[in-house]
Design a protein around this ligand. Structure first.
Ligand SMILES: Cc1cc2nc3c(=O)[nH]c(=O)nc-3n(C[C@H](O)[C@H](O)[C@H](O)COP(=O)(O)OP(=O)(O)OC[C@H]3O[C@@H](n4cnc5c(N)ncnc54)[C@H](O)[C@@H]3O)c2cc1C
Length: 691
């Protein structure tokens, strides 16, 4: 490993050091360019990854042993290399490498991980399918265990999981019926030698196939020497995208691909014997599977925070000079958020040593990407609005196009946000374990009466909001369990709850934002209280007022959904309890008086903060050469160049390479050929004629 020490003077990335600078400079030189086409951009991205892996600045084992060093270093590399580079390296190290570390047996890990870490092997994670993105439970790719050969057979062409059962289609039928089963959007799949493939496991039992749900499998996809796809594997290029064009995203089809049983990647989660006996080793294998691949969300939260940091340092510098300079309140809001997220991010990294905090990682991915989104939009306004738009050379558009996909990959924000309240309901169940909601109503009632709402003023704003948030969780939980006048079957109950959940969806998403913002604020407030400098405490207090103004108000505004439709149909005791709980919730709803108080507190706090803006700016900027590098990367327009020779070379390497191979090797199905010709770039036929 290259020896570099944390630099305390750089608050926001303590791992920036002069020793790393040549690597970062080289990344900027290689990738801060406008490429004539996406084939060349992909080639340059892969070469840059090889360069970084050879420079020996990342240690994949740090993911577990020293996550703070790993993520801070990764973040620097990602910022210097840009969105495509960070994504492709993230797929290699976090998705493929991270899954190997957390899910593979020690033998499998020892066999593949060193080569993944060095870039001798390329890897990908194949979860999403054409028909199933967010709904992973329904994916159609299958893995059938065959005891006679002791092999697993991966397939998403002839054997697929559809309509809740294992379905066989012959080649002719599969052309149409299995289109939705193709793996889709898979990063690095165009050159991956191995794939961590998520598929529905089926084991034989008394002549029937028994369904065991989604599992992870290590599937060799290409010959390591020739780079030829393995028999039964075919990959199609998804072509040019709105952004991230240095990343190859592809569709993958598997047909009768055989792997050894040992390639099941669910170590310590499930076991599968050579007789096909499947055993759960944990209560919820699917949850363990997903939480094992949480590195991606942590990384997205971290890089989005750095983007906020760099943007903010520019806004700070603009504050006196620019025609449309942001006002002090706007700056204070972003400074407070940036500090808060910084400490919460460190907390997340540290938590990874003890297995991680999946709920916070998910909430932070959502909140940080949405904050970054808002700030980029404010930057557009301050930096480029009106007359300055055509005049200024800026790279904002490219930053935005590359970065915005992080709201979707690793789980689309509105979908994964719902995991946060889901997890809170589970913690509530754990806390109240031992008493039965419908049986113990009088006890809950008594408990309720004993809890007095902590009013803001009597108690700090953070505690007031935290209590309000827990009332919302309790009300949601009661709403999901109430309203049945008669005994319902399990299915009826689930359908009833799903309907309530959908009716309350916007509220549930807002609650995820609120809980995450409060968690960030709590971490920040603890950090600030141990700080000798008053300004940190003022900043945490300012952040509390911003959380009240935005996340708290939004969650309470949408809590009206709890009162709608299904709430009061029942006459059962729980419905009565829900009504009572909602009357408590009403006590937290922001009023005119609370807004007046908020404004007063905010402006007093702001007056104390403004004299420290210069200090904050210094801390945010950290080491000036580092920020200068990032600003160059993020906010200057790269020079455009048209490199015809390079274009031809890139085409040879990628498109033509695939085309020629297609000519010599029969595709999996005729429909695959049709799809390929449709997705081919229009110029490839012309170039093929010239080559
Ligand atoms: C650049 C890029 C790279 C990617 N790389 C990979 C990769 O390497 N490996 C991989 O496996 N996947 C990858 N993905 C796929 C990514 O993880 C999925 O796009 C994501 O999970 C969302 O799935 P989907 O696109 O099928 O959308 P869908 O799940 O079909 O969602 C479509 C819309 O419906 C909404 N929606 C869906 N379900 C709900 C719900 N329950 N409640 C409310 N709204 C809902 C969503 O918010 C969205 O707006 C990548 C995607 C992109 C864009």
């Amino acid at each position: 490993m290259l020896d570099f020490q944390p630099t305390p003077s750089s608050l926001f990335n303590p791992y920036y050091s002069p020793a790393l600078k040549p690597v970062l400079d080289e990344l900027v030189a290689r990738l801060h360019r406008t490429f004539p086409n996406y084939h060349l951009q992909r080639k340059a991205t892969l070469e840059a990854i090889q360069f970084v892996l050879n420079a020996n600045v990342l240690n994949i084992h740090d993911l577990k042993q020293n996550p703070e060093r790993f993520f801070f270093t990764f973040e620097l590399l990602g910022l210097a290399g840009g969105g495509s580079f960070a994504t492709a390296l993230g797929v290699q190290y976090l998705l493929a490498g991270g899954s190997l570390l957390n899910l593979a047996s020690p033998e499998l890990c020892a066999h593949y991980l060193p080569d993944i870490a060095k870039g001798n092997l390329w890897g990908c994670l194949a979860m999403t399918e054409v028909g199933h993105g967010s709904n992973v439970k329904g994916i159609e790719t299958t893995a059938r265990y065959e005891p006679e050969s002791d092999q697993l057979i991966i397939d998403n062409f002839n054997w697929v999981y559809q309509n809740g059962k294992l379905q066989y289609w012959d080649d002719e039928q599969a052309r149409y019926h299995s289109l939705t089963a193709r793996k889709c959007w898979i990063g690095n799949s165009g050159y991956a030698h191995i794939g961590v493939v998520i598929a529905q496991l089926f084991v034989p039992h008394e002549g029937e196939w028994v369904h065991k749900g989604p599992h992870a499998f290590l599937v060799p996809m290409r010959n390591v020497v020739t780079n030829e796809p393995k028999a039964g594997v075919s990959v199609e290029d998804m072509g040019e995208k709105m952004g991230l064009n240095g990343v190859y995203n592809g569709l993958i089809r598997f047909q009768d691909v055989r792997i050894p049983r040992d390639n099941l990647m669910m170590h310590n989660i499930v076991s599968l014997s050579n007789q096909g006996v499947h055993q759960k080793l944990v209560a919820a294998p699917m949850l363990s599977l997903y939480s094992s691949i949480q590195y991606g969300r942590t990384f997205i939260a971290a890089t989005s925070h750095s983007l906020i940091n760099v943007n903010l340092s520019i806004l700070m510098q603009m504050r006196d000079s620019h025609r449309l300079s942001p006002n002090a309140a706007t700056l204070a809001k972003w400074i407070a958020r940036t500090y808060g997220l910084h400490f919460a991010k460190k907390h997340l990294f540290q938590a990874l040593k003890q297995g991680g905090n999946d709920t916070l990682a998910t909430g932070m991915k959502v909140l940080t990407t949405e904050y970054a989104h808002k700030l980029l939009d404010e930057m557009r306004y301050y930096y480029t609005s009106a007359h300055s738009f055509p005049v200024l050379g800026h790279n904002l558009e490219f930053v935005f196009k590359d970065w915005v996909a992080s709201c979707t990959y690793e789980g689309d924000n509105p979908v994964i946000a719902q995991k946060v309240p889901g997890d809170l309901l589970i913690s509530l169940m754990m806390m109240t374990k031992g008493f039965n909601f419908s049986r113990d109503v009088p006890m809950i009632w008594k408990m309720f009466n004993q809890i007095r709402p902590r009013l803001w003023g009597e108690t700090p704003l953070l505690e007031h909001m935290q209590q309000g948030c827990w009332y919302l969780v309790l009300a949601l939980s009661l709403k999901l369990q109430s309203g049945y006048d008669k005994a319902l079957s399990k299915e009826e109950k689930e359908a009833h709850q799903a309907r309530i959940w959908n009716d309350c969806q916007i509220f549930i998403i807002k609650m995820a934002h609120l809980w995450t913002a409060l968690s960030v604020l709590e971490i920040f407030s603890k950090e600030a209280s141990s700080h000798t400098n008053e300004k940190m405490r003022d900043l945490a207090e300012y952040m509390a007022t911003c959380v009240y103004q935005e996340e708290f108000v939004q969650a309470f505004f949408h809590s009206e959904a709890l009162k709608e439709q299904y709430a009061f149909q029942g006459t059962d005791k729980l419905t009565t309890l829900l009504k009572y709980c909602l009357s408590k919730v009403d006590g937290f709803v922001p009023t005119q008086a609370s807004f007046k108080r908020l404004k007063e507190q905010q402006s007093e706090c702001l007056q104390r903060l403004v004299p420290h803006f210069n200090d904050f700016e210094k801390e945010l900027v950290g080491q000036s050469d580092f920020v200068a590098l990032l600003r160059k990367r993020l906010f200057t327009l790269p020079e455009k160049e048209v490199d015809i020779d390079g274009l031809m070379e890139g085409m040879r390497h990628l498109t033509i390479w695939h085309d020629l191979k297609r000519g010599t090797k029969a595709p999996v199905s005729a429909s695959a050929t049709d799809e390929l010709s449709l997705s081919e770039p229009i110029y490839s036929a012309h170039l093929r004629a010239r080559l």
